[in-house]
Design a protein around this ligand. Structure first.
Ligand code: OGA
Ligand code: MN
Length: 197
């Protein structure tokens, strides 16, 4: 378990972008996909906000995905398993890197065809609680032409990541500029933040 976490942490230390192509199991990925389909059927995915702003129109020019927050009290077996994995990762990170993370939040996100999230960082100006971003993708057989890649901007370079099932990406929320390219196919993920509150 902690060896698995080291893959994500070591690549983060080396490149400022941690990547692990096997962070969650296939079974958990499928369970979480199933949860998202249920949320879609229940019309429970909502337009996401940006920062603390209530300006919905401005938000939608920045991002057009729909989200729903995970919550342990939902008593969903896959959601519980995912959040327990996230908690183990946080414990390991705190022990090995002295990060002092004491809170977290995760949401499901769905980008339909035509959706995007323009270049941004994840820490709000008015709220510096978010220390690290952790993204988990839930899409099988993602092709280059499906769009929806995560673009990460560092210095003069752009790193592109396919949102493929079981892949996790980890970076610092206050410095890493990133973007979700225009999606040409429905794209599912769980995105979250490790926080100090
Ligand atoms: C976000 C975000 C990236 C992705 O939700 O803040 O940047 O690849 N997501 O889904
Ligand atoms: Mn982001």
């Amino acid at each position: 378990m902690s060896q698995q976490f080291d893959a994500l942490i070591d690549s983060y230390i080396a490149n400022k972008v941690g990547i692990d192509k096997n962070f969650i199991s296939t079974a958990l990925s499928k369970g979480l996909q199933q949860n998202i389909r249920q949320l879609q059927d229940d019309d429970a995915l909502k337009t996401a906000g940006i920062g603390n702003s209530r300006l919905k129109d401005a938000n939608q020019q920045m991002r057009s995905d729909k989200i729903c927050w995970l919550d342990k009290t939902n008593n969903n077996v896959y959601e519980q398993e995912f959040l327990e994995l996230a908690e183990s990762f946080i414990g390991h990170l705190n022990r090995t890197c002295y990060t002092g993370i004491n809170s977290y939040e995760f949401h499901y996100a769905v980008y339909e065809e035509g959706n995007f999230y323009k270049r941004h960082i994840d820490q709000f100006r008015s709220d510096s609680n978010r220390k690290f971003s952790l993204i988990n993708y839930l899409n099988e057989d993602w092709l280059e032409e499906d769009g929806g890649q995560l673009y990460l901007y560092q210095d003069e370079t752009v790193q592109k990541i396919q949102p493929e099932s079981q892949t996790a990406v980890f970076f610092k929320s206050d410095e890493m500029e990133h973007e979700v390219a225009l999606c040409k196919r429905s794209r599912m993920s769980i995105t979250g933040w490790l926080k100090q509150v």
